[in-house]
Design a protein around this ligand. Structure first.
Ligand SMILES: CC(C)(COP(=O)(O)OP(=O)(O)OC[C@H]1O[C@@H](n2cnc3c(N)ncnc32)[C@H](O)[C@@H]1OP(=O)(O)O)[C@@H](O)C(=O)NCCC(=O)NCCS
Length: 197
């Protein structure tokens, strides 16, 4: 069961009441994503990309996203994207694995948004039958390590990074459950007894 983290506690202190929306991003949201990632600041960029990408490299990264498979869940404050969880299913698809990266705008950090976005992405992954999720985290990144640990991740040091591995529980498939119930009812009593053993 995924840990139910609280939704972000409050908006930045100086923020007037604005419209907060949590939703999935699509191709048309590229400019919001670009602005958000460029606005992370030098340290945030280093933590997010494990390097120091230029604005152009970030822009190319956004343009290269495969929106048919990637799942991006973003928190908007009015027209500004203030946090995003990026879930990328990896190949081969039958292995049901995905990589996750999370980022939160500087003004919004430390308010529970990173944890809430991570939870939203993991819930989506679980609902879509993804079984393993991996995050690549810098060992200095205490906040992201805390989020991963709270979700039950196994943390493995690899080179100068930490790989966080999460195993998701399979959600019972209602169609399969129904078929199993019908088959069980159709079995003769001795068959049922054998199945129950
Ligand atoms: C990592 C990041 C997404 C976390 O988001 P956030 O909204 O600031 O985190 P939250 O407020 O949800 O806090 C999550 C946990 O980290 C802890 N935490 C937050 N900031 C922290 C800090 N600076 N140092 C140590 N722990 C911190 C919180 O206490 C919380 O733990 P708790 O549940 O035990 O209280 C955000 O800091 C960020 O965008 N950083 C730059 C990009 C990045 O590092 N991405 C990760 C790539 S995988």
């Amino acid at each position: 069961m995924l840990r139910r983290s609280k939704m972000p506690k409050n908006t930045p202190d100086d923020a007037p009441a604005r419209r907060l929306v949590l939703r999935r991003l699509g191709r048309r949201d590229r400019r919001y994503l670009r602005d958000h990632l460029i606005g992370l600041g030098p340290n945030g960029r280093r933590m997010r990309f494990c390097g120091q990408p230029s604005n152009e490299v970030i822009s190319d990264y956004v343009d290269a996203i495969d929106w048919r498979h990637a799942v991006l869940i973003g928190q908007f404050d009015g027209a500004q994207l203030v946090g995003v969880a990026e879930l990328f299913p990896t190949l081969p698809r039958w292995a049901r694995c995905a990589e996750l990266a999370v980022s939160v705008s500087r003004d919004w950090r430390g308010k529970g948004l990173g944890a809430a976005l991570t939870e939203a992405a993991l819930t989506h992954a679980q609902d879509h039958r993804i079984r393993r999720v991996t995050l690549l985290i810098s060992p200095e990144n205490q906040a992201m390590l805390a989020v991963a640990e709270h979700q039950g991740a196994r943390l493995l040091p690899v080179a100068d990074m930490v790989v966080a591995r999460l195993r998701l529980r399979a959600v019972p498939n209602p169609v399969l459950q129904g078929i199993k119930a019908i088959v069980a009812m159709a079995l003769p009593p001795w068959g049922r007894a054998a199945r129950a053993v």
